[in-house]
Design a protein around this ligand. Structure first.
Ligand SMILES: N[C@@H](CCC(=O)N[C@@H](CS)C(=O)NCC(=O)O)C(=O)O
Length: 191
């Protein structure tokens, strides 16, 4: 399988964590690319030109981090990352994905020249971040797909938007992230 990724991407990180958790590292040909530079090999593999993108051994292209994560979960070793109530795990994973989308949106909007930045849009995304943080829920005693998505979302806030200062008002989540950051899968994929 070929996995196109870059290190700073929170979306690609989720997939990289799943590769580790499901012990699939030896089956992956890693292709580190900068999607913003439109590398020919990425565009040839995926018309969307985004990371992560996975090309399975039978040639199937998987895009979208959660879909790729579910595919890897289905072929890897160990307990399913959707164990328990799978739809509820997906719901938690999707909420955290929305947190990444809002955070990533802020980071991208800020890359425009200052006079072209849309302040009302930045404020809207920030309000979404602030409303979502208290709604996050993590599983105790396992590290499922909802947790992986949540951990990558929170770690991305620490990495790119430290001014959000989410840790003080969300101490339980903060302690939880410190704990899961020690997992080999999270340590190995820190940017
Ligand atoms: N919804 C997608 C988002 C993927 C995404 O936006 N990746 C960024 C990197 S963090 C990218 O490749 N952007 C390049 C572009 O939008 O052209 C997923 O979950 O995989």
């Amino acid at each position: 399988m070929k996995l196109y990724f870059n290190r700073p991407s929170p979306y690609a990180r989720k997939v990289r964590v799943v590769v580790h958790e499901k012990q699939l590292g030896e089956r992956i040909a890693w292709h580190e690319v900068d999607p913003w530079a439109d590398p020919r090999e990425l565009l040839a593999a995926s018309p969307l030109g985004k990371v992560p993108a996975l090309v399975a051994d039978d040639g199937t292209l998987f895009t979208e981090s959660l879909t790729i994560a579910e595919y890897l979960d289905s072929i890897g070793s160990g307990p399913s990352l959707l164990a328990g109530e799978a739809m509820k795990v997906r719901a938690r994973a999707a909420l955290a994905q929305g947190l990444i989308d809002a955070s990533f949106g802020i980071v991208i909007e800020r890359r425009r020249p200052g006079e072209r930045q849309w302040d009302a849009w930045l404020d809207r995304l920030r309000r979404a971040v602030d409303r979502t943080l208290p709604k996050l829920d993590v599983a105790d005693g396992r590290f499922d797909l909802g947790d992986i998505s949540t951990a990558c979302a929170l770690a991305y806030l620490d990495f790119r938007l430290p001014e959000v200062k989410w840790r003080e008002p969300h101490r339980r989540l903060s302690a939880w992230l410190d704990g899961v950051n020690r997992r080999p899968s999270m340590a190995a994929t820190a940017a």
